[in-house]
Write a protein that binds this ligand. Structure first.
Ligand SMILES: *Cc1c(COP(=O)(O)O)cnc(C)c1O
Length: 454
C-alpha cells in the first residue's frame, strides 16, 4: 500500500472539486483575461457540444501561457473550429440576437442531429437482447469476449474532452443515453454468457461514481457463477482529470481496498486509462494515483485518439509512451478520431496518422511498442492501418481487424486504395479493382438482421 496518509499533499489534492459548465464561461478566472470574442466563440460551440471542466484541470494541467495552442486547453475548452463554419454561423447569428432559451435549444437539437451522434451503429447493433427479445439498455456486446457496461451513475465525467465520441450522452437527451440502473440485469446477462471473459465498465466515466455504487456492480463478480469473467476493465479519464479519486477523495481508500479484493480473488483488474498528452502525467498527484493502483496489483493500460491541435506530433506520442512505461503503464491503443461530433477540428488523415504512429513507435523501446494503431473503431470492428505500400504498381493501405463482429475477420490483411485525404474507413475503396472489402457482404447481412429485430 502507498503511504498516503503520511505523505504531504500539495494543495490541489485537497482543493474542492469545483466544476464549470457553459453558464460559467464568463467567470472562469484565466478565461476572463482572454479576448471577449474568444469567449463568445466558446458560448456558440458549447451551445451545441457539451462543456465541463474542473478546477484541477484549470489550475494544474492547462499551461495558460501557451493558450490557445496548449494541448490541454484544446482538450477541454470549446474551439470555434469544432463546428463546421455553416453550423457555427447559424448558432452565432442566433446568439447575437439575445434569443430565448427554447430557441437556442431547438437549433442546438437540429445541429446535433447532423453530427452523427451515434457512430459505428452503437445504438442499433451493439445493444444485446434478453431471452424475450427486449433490448438490454446499458449494455453493449459487440465483440465476443467483452461486454461493455454503462452504469447510470457514471454517465458524466470530471471534465469533458472536446473530441469525445460519447458527447451525445452528455447533452441531457435521455433517449440518447445508454445507461441502466440495473446491476441485476448486468449480472444476469454475464451469468448466461460464458463466452464473456472481460467486463468493461465505461461511461461517461465510472470513476465519477461513489465507491459504494461501484461495489454493488463489482463485488458480486467474486461469486463462483462469474468465474468466467476473468478481467474487469474500468475505462476512465480520472487519472488525468481527477487523480484525487484514487488518493484523497473521501472514499478513495475504500475504493483501493475494493480493487485489492478483486485482485486478491484472482481477477485481472485493468484500468483502461485515457491519455492524450504527456502533460497529463506531470503532476505529483497524477503519479501518486498511478502508484497506488500499481501497488495493489491493478494493471493500467493507456489508450487515446490521435488528434489535430492536441497530439498530432510523433515526438509527443513517443514521450507519452516512454513516460507511461516508466510509471508502469502499458501503452495499448492509439485510436483514430471517430466520425462524430467535433471531428472536423480534430481529424487527422489516415495516411498522416500512420506516419505519426510509425515515427513515434520507432523512438521507443519494445516495451512501448505494445501500443497498437492507428485503429478505427468502425461498425464492423476495430481496423488498424498497418502501413502504406505499393503492390504491383498500386499504392495501397494495408489494413487488418484487431477486433471484429465476426472473430474470423481478425488478423486477415486486406487492402484499400491509397487516399491521402481519407480520415475514416467508409471513405476507403477496396484496392485492385475489387468491388467490396472481404467482410462487407456479411456485415450488411448482420445490419439487416438487427434492423428487422429493432
Ligand atoms: C474496443 C472495444 C472493446 C474492447 O476491445 P479490445 O481490443 O479487447 O480492447 C469492446 N467493445 C467495444 C464496443 C469496443 O469498441
Amino acid at each position: 500500500m502507498s503511504q498516503t496518509s503520511t505523505l504531504k499533499q500539495p494543495a490541489s489534492e485537497t482543493a474542492r472539486f469545483k466544476v464549470y459548465t457553459q453558464r460559467d464561461l464568463d467567470r472562469i478566472a484565466p478565461l476572463t483575461g482572454l479576448p471577449k470574442d474568444l469567449r463568445f466563440e466558446m458560448q456558440v460551440v458549447s451551445s451545441v457540444l457539451p462543456f465541463r471542466v474542473n478546477q484541477y484541470v484549470i489550475d494544474e494541467l492547462v499551461d495558460w501561457d501557451r493558450v490557445p495552442e496548449d494541448p490541454i486547453y484544446q482538450l477541454t475548452f470549446p474551439q470555434r473550429g469544432m463546428l463546421a463554419s455553416e453550423m457555427y454561423e447559424r448558432m452565432a447569428t442566433l446568439l447575437r440576437r439575445d434569443p430565448g432559451k427554447a430557441e437556442v435549444q431547438t437549433l442546438a437539437r437540429e445541429l446535433r442531429a447532423e453530427l452523427n451522434p451515434h457512430p459505428a451503429g452503437q445504438m442499433q447493433m451493439n445493444i444485446p437482447l434478453d431471452d424475450a427479445g427486449n433490448r438490454l439498455n446499458g449494455l453493449q456486446h459487440k465483440y465476443r469476449e467483452t461486454v461493455l457496461f454503462f452504469p447510470s451513475q457514471g454517465q458524466t465525467c470530471h471534465s469533458y474532452c472536446t473530441f469525445c465520441f460519447r458527447w451525445a450522452q452528455f447533452i441531457g437527451d435521455k433517449s440518447l443515453r445508454m445507461a441502466t440502473t440495473e446491476a441485476a440485469a448486468l449480472h444476469r446477462y454475464l451469468e448466461r454468457h460464458h463466452e464473456v471473459s472481460d467486463l468493461l465498465i465505461t461511461g461517461g466515466d465510472p470513476m465519477v461514481m461513489k465507491t459504494k455504487h461501484l461495489v454493488a456492480y463489482l463485488e458480486p463478480l467474486l461469486e463462483s457463477r462469474f468465474a468466467h469473467v476473468q478481467t474487469i476493465r474500468i475505462g476512465t479519464k480520472a487519472l488525468t482529470f481527477w487523480p484525487q479519486r484514487f488518493v484523497s477523495d473521501e472514499d478513495a481508500d475504500e475504493l483501493i481496498h475494493m480493487f485489492e479484493r478483486l485482485v486478491a480473488a484472482g481477477k485481472h483488474l485493468a484500468i483502461m486509462a485515457h491519455y492524450n498528452h504527456w502533460q497529463e502525467l506531470r503532476t505529483a498527484i497524477a503519479r501518486h494515483a498511478i502508484a497506488r493502483l500499481r501497488d495493489i496489483g491493478a494493471e493500467i493500460r493507456s489508450q487515446g485518439p490521435l488528434l489535430a491541435h492536441i497530439n498530432d506530433h510523433a515526438n509527443d506520442w513517443a514521450r507519452l509512451w516512454r513516460e507511461q512505461v516508466r510509471l508502469g503503464i502499458v501503452p495499448y491503443y492509439m485510436f483514430v478520431e471517430r466520425d462524430t461530433g467535433a471531428r472536423a477540428w480534430f481529424e487527422v488523415p489516415l495516411a498522416r496518422a500512420w506516419e505519426i504512429y510509425r515515427e513515434a513507435i520507432q523512438q521507443v523501446s519494445g516495451l512501448g511498442r505494445t501500443a497498437r494503431g492507428p485503429s478505427m473503431s468502425a461498425g464492423p470492428g476495430k481496423v488498424e492501418i498497418q502501413g502504406v505500400t505499393e503492390i504491383q504498381g498500386e499504392r495501397v493501405f494495408v489494413l487488418r481487424f484487431v477486433q471484429a463482429r465476426n472473430p474470423d475477420w481478425v488478423q486477415r490483411p486486406f487492402f484499400a486504395r491509397y487516399d491521402e485525404q481519407a480520415t475514416w474507413l467508409d471513405q476507403l475503396q477496396p484496392a485492385f479493382g475489387e468491388e467490396l472489402f472481404f467482410f462487407e457482404k456479411e456485415y450488411r447481412t448482420m445490419q439487416q438482421a438487427r434492423d428487422i429485430i429493432d
